[in-house]
Unconditional design. Sequence first.
Length: 274
Amino acid sequence: MAHLCHALNDIGQHAAMPPGYNLDTGYDRGGLNLPVLSTEKMRYWLERGAVAVYPEIQPGNPWRAKRVVRWVLAPPGTQRNSEGTYWQPGQVEGEQVYVFHKAKMPELDAPELYLPAIERQWFHARGRGGAAGGCLYYQERKWVDPVPQGAHLLPLIGRHRFSRAHHRAELAAYLRSKTYMLCLDYDTFLMSEAGLCGCYAILPPNSMFSREQYEASQLGLVGVAFGNEPDEIERAMGEVEPDENGENAVSRRYDEAEAVSRDEIARFVEETSA
């Protein structure tokens, strides 16, 4: 949500985070333009018809906005808020629904609003050298499929350990020092962050998305081995290999995704301003 706020402000729109948003989260900041409204200011703008954008983990319309947009970042029900609840289609009359990955949520008849959110100033393969070994990213609360044998022998990346901005640079440096990352999360930018750093990801086949759904998404499986078959590993390794400028197939695909995102954001503004 913070990256959408920044992207809208970046093209001359007026967007802000709600009261209570913690600007010290670091992970969402990365130099982002994130004004935070006071309660009084938020009420003022909502009474005048400002659009409220909610993610799918927020059910209903708690701010009582006159105009509601629902940005569905993950299939409804797969992620829940701290109270264990989530949005369901048809809950709010007249709301406009957008999905983060149309290929991964075909059941929702809604346009895509894709927004890549990787800090390229940190996540790159320039200066990479001497990489060795692997690491593990494991979202225990989300991953419901079998854990591959031997996975827990790999050093674990603690996502929250790298939540603050200055630690994001440390995470990028860590990924540049590794050859591969075993990813036990169905959908995370960390796979592309690793690829941008020259570290390929291994994503086990799973019950959440098919190979075809991953390949049809904006970043696809570039730099990601879908399973650990030798030909998959060889393909992913080749795609993360950087050229003399530190670029690779992952960075080129990311550039394409950013171009698509700019068009989708422009369309989003037009459709929600009507």
